[in-house]
Ligand binder design. Structure first.
Ligand code: ZN
Length: 179
């Protein structure tokens, strides 16, 4: 990133923040949305062109939004939690594309991560049912964490499939933060 684009980024972020200094302003933001533009017509707030993955960031203090912003610019905020949000949204995006592509989706690290399962639970994907008050969240996390996948029993496999097909995958398809 050039000095000039970094300058444009800091100017845009500070202008939309409550704080007047970069070091404090970067603390006010969350990654809230991700959109894809396959033809790359998006231009980042820093001026970088041909952006394909367009993130939206939202200010927690005044509700301001900056869009589109690329992952390189979000990394300039120097916040590990923001970088994790970028990874999470990118992974969710990849999962949704795979669902739309009719790929077989298994509960493995090919498409899932612990952070993603936690996010899905926080966002309400695991609706309570007659079997689990937590809607199967703890079960899914437990199954995902199993190192030896061949220890998963047949009834457990069946339950994973039901939870993925009835709750997780429809939720990801309908997730409004994936524009
Ligand atoms: Zn940028």
């Amino acid at each position: 990133m050039t000095t000039e684009s970094f300058h444009r980024l800091t100017r845009a972020v500070i202008a939309a923040s409550v704080a007047n200094e970069w070091s404090a302003a970067v603390m006010e933001w969350d990654v809230t949305e991700l959109e894809e533009d396959p033809i790359g017509s998006g231009e980042c707030v820093c001026g970088q062109q041909e952006l394909v993955l367009l993130f939206t960031i939202t200010n927690k203090r005044n509700g301001a939004q900056l869009y589109p912003i690329g992952s390189t610019c979000v990394q300039k905020f120097g916040r590990t939690d923001l970088n994790r949000q970028v990874t999470l949204y990118s992974d969710l995006f990849r999962l949704r594309a795979a669902i739309l592509d009719n790929k077989h989706i298994a509960l493995t690290s090919e498409y899932f991560s612990r952070a993603m399962i936690e996010y899905l639970n926080d966002e309400g994907a695991f609706t309570p049912d007659q079997w689990d008050a937590d809607g199967g969240y703890a079960f899914i996390l437990d199954m995902f964490n199993k190192r030896k996948k061949d220890e998963i029993t047949r009834p457990q496999r069946a339950k994973i499939t039901v939870l993925l097909n009835r709750k997780v995958l429809p939720f990801v398809l309908a997730d409004a933060s994936l524009g």
